[in-house]
Design a binder for this molecule. Structure first.
Ligand SMILES: [Zn+2]
Length: 478
């Protein structure tokens, strides 16, 4: 048995066991290791490099739209967390508590932040006085802790990394604009950089963020037909401001409550990246966020001149693309497989015969297509190939989502679709939470969102048959 075969066999085929395939890819591609406390993860260099590219792009967009980064404490006093009733109820089951400092029991328990709304509110109540202080547009890159019962790397971990934006505005309209603007930024990043198509919409009352007036979301569909909430943006109205007494004097000297938003995208998106683009050979990383966009694999590198040429090539290309070279003594077969497992978009093969002909071989990770490119055309061709890979990944994901999006007008149809072609189901809803709960109980599918782009697929609610108000995207979800 060749080494090539052995390497590939470490990944369980996704058709056989999707969950195991996911775990195998996460491990084999070198993204994470498990932490010592159950549900925690160590994000390894390659995983972190991908996250950094996502983070940097988002951070650039946040700053472009006037936001400043800040760093708030990890700890929240219990009394502070309890100030907004709906909010604390939503998070209470998942809070990790600090009860001791050294040997001494604390007078008041301290929560490890599950999210930081209340800390920002407390700060705003002290630091916002006048309409001149508004809007206050803050963001922090942070880790948070939610004590989850079942955990999986990236998808659901007890501790995860994210950014949380927290803003305060003079009017409800300003806060609405902000809520939509940030959802737009998430959608843009997810579609253009991660090559993942998203459905934009609003969460139902049942599914909205604890304490929010409303929650906007982007939803994406994984390879196995399950949905994943990819980022959310919340409008709080003045409710937190009332609980925390965050007021300002308007231009007429009248006291007003501020209107707030918060919005977040987490390392969960890494799970989407894996489950949308990956295949049985491993990870597939879209070029725009790939830490290494192309890797040079010298063939017969022990032959004179091969390595020199390969390093020359790297130096010529390093200002154009993020490029690496594997000059280790592993076999070419091993190197091919490793670059595929890591999902590097393009590999460049170069051996003595290619050098003779002044050419290289480009191999695309997404399609496996090989292309001979003359050396003097490579600087032009390589960026184009990367762009083609980027586009193809998006188109493939979109075609997959379309093929797994169905319409149901009766519960019979709903159930049949979930059995035969699981994915998004578009169905009408009367607006009653009882129907939403009944559907969840019977099918395990949840309302993913009320999409901004509405279609009237029927006149009546799929569940109760009463007059329908809105069309909803349903799916079983991560
Ligand atoms: Zn109904």
């Amino acid at each position: 048995m060749s080494k090539k075969k052995q390497f590939v066999e470490k990944v369980t085929p996704m058709e056989e066991n999707f969950a195991q395939w996911y775990t195998d890819v996460v491990k084999q591609a070198g993204l994470v290791d498990y932490g010592q406390v159950r549900g925690t993860m160590i994000i390894k260099p390659y995983g972190y490099a991908i996250w950094e590219n996502i983070r940097d792009e988002l951070d650039r967009k946040f700053k472009e739209t006037g936001h400043s980064n800040v760093a708030f404490p990890l700890f929240i006093p219990e009394s502070l967390l309890q100030k907004e009733k709906d909010h604390v109820e939503g998070f209470a089951p998942e809070v990790a508590w600090v009860t001791h400092g050294g040997d001494e029991e604390l007078a008041e328990r301290i929560a490890v932040r599950p999210t930081s709304e209340v800390l920002f509110c407390e700060y705003y109540s002290k630091n916002i006085h006048s309409y001149r202080d508004l809007p206050m547009l803050y963001n922090q890159w942070a880790n948070v802790v939610r004590w989850e019962k079942t955990t999986r790397p990236f998808l659901r971990s007890s501790e995860f990394h994210w950014q949380e934006g927290h803003t305060a505005h003079a009017t409800a309209e300003d806060a609405s604009e902000e809520t939509e603007r940030m959802l737009g930024i998430y959608a843009d990043l997810t579609e253009k950089y991660l090559a993942i198509p998203v459905i934009r919409g609003r969460k139902t009352e049942k599914e909205k963020f604890a304490g929010a007036k409303y929650t906007l979301t982007i939803e994406s569909l994984m390879h196995d037909g399950r949905a994943l909430q990819s980022a959310t943006s919340h409008h709080f109205g003045p409710e937190f401001a009332k609980a925390f007494d965050i007021t300002y004097l308007d231009e007429n000297g009248d006291t007003q409550f501020v209107h707030q938003t918060s919005w977040g995208l987490s390392t969960r998106i890494m799970g989407a990246l894996i489950m949308v683009h990956g295949d049985n050979r491993g990870l597939v990383v879209p070029p725009r966020i790939a830490p290494t966009q192309a890797i040079i694999l010298p063939i017969a590198q022990h032959k004179e001149g091969v390595l020199d040429k390969a390093y020359d090539l790297r130096d010529q290309l390093k200002d154009i693309v993020r490029i690496d070279i594997d000059a280790s003594d592993k076999t070419p077969g091993w190197k091919f497989n490793e670059s595929e497992m890591k999902g590097i978009p393009v590999r460049i093969e170069m051996g003595p015969r290619d050098i003779e002909k002044d050419q290289v071989v480009l191999v695309r990770r997404d399609t496996g297509e090989k292309e001979f490119v003359p050396l003097n055309e490579l600087k032009e061709r390589l960026p184009n190939v990367l762009e083609e890979v980027q586009q193809n990944l998006y188109n493939k994901a979109l075609a997959h989502r379309d093929s797994k999006t169905s319409t149901a007008t009766t519960m019979e149809e709903f159930n049949q679709t979930l059995d035969e072609n699981p994915g998004f189901i578009k169905a009408m809803w009367c607006g009653d939470v009882a129907c939403e709960e009944k559907i969840k109980e019977e099918t395990q599918a949840t309302s993913r969102c009320i999409p901004f782009e509405q279609e009237k697929v029927a006149d009546t609610c799929v569940c109760c048959g009463k007059e329908a108000k809105e069309m909803i995207y349903w799916a079983r979800a991560y």
